[in-house]
Write a new protein. Sequence first.
Length: 166
Amino acid sequence: MYELELIIAISAIFTVWYFIGSYSNRKLLTNVWKSLLEQMEQYTPTITRKEYGGSAFIAVADKPSPPFKRIEMAFTCLPREILINHLISLAMGRSDLLTISADFLREPKKVAGLRNFPDLMGHVSKLKITQGKPNMRLIFTADQVLKGSVKKALDAITEACSSGLC
C-alpha cells in the first residue's frame, strides 16, 4: 500500500541531494581555484584552466618561474551529486584531491620524498621528487590547499632546489 509513497520519497531525497551535492562541489571548486591562484602568484603570471563539469579541473601554468619548467595541476572532487557514491567514497577514506606535477629546469640530483621535508608533514599528502618525468609530484587534500599549503610546499621545494637538489 505504501510502496508508491516510499518510492516517491526516496526519489525526492535523491533528487534534492543531487542539487545539494552539485552546489557543494561547485562551491568547493571555486574556493580551491581562488586559493590556488593566490598561492601560485609568485610561480607563474597566469594559469590556463579547463573545467570538467562541476567536479574537476586541469590547469597549466603559463611561463612558470625558475626552478620550474612546467607545472600542471589537476583537482577532483568527491562524487557528492550521487548520494550512494558519495557515502561509499567517504567509507573508503577518499577525499577531494589536488595533484601538482612539475618538471624542473635542471634534472634533480637525487630522489626525495616527504621524509626529506619534515616541516611539510601534515601540509602535503604526498611528495615525490624523481629524476624521471615528471620530476615532482605533489598531492594535497582540498583542506590543505585552502590552508595555504601549496605555497608552503613550493617554497620549500624551491629553496631545496637552490640549495643543491636541482
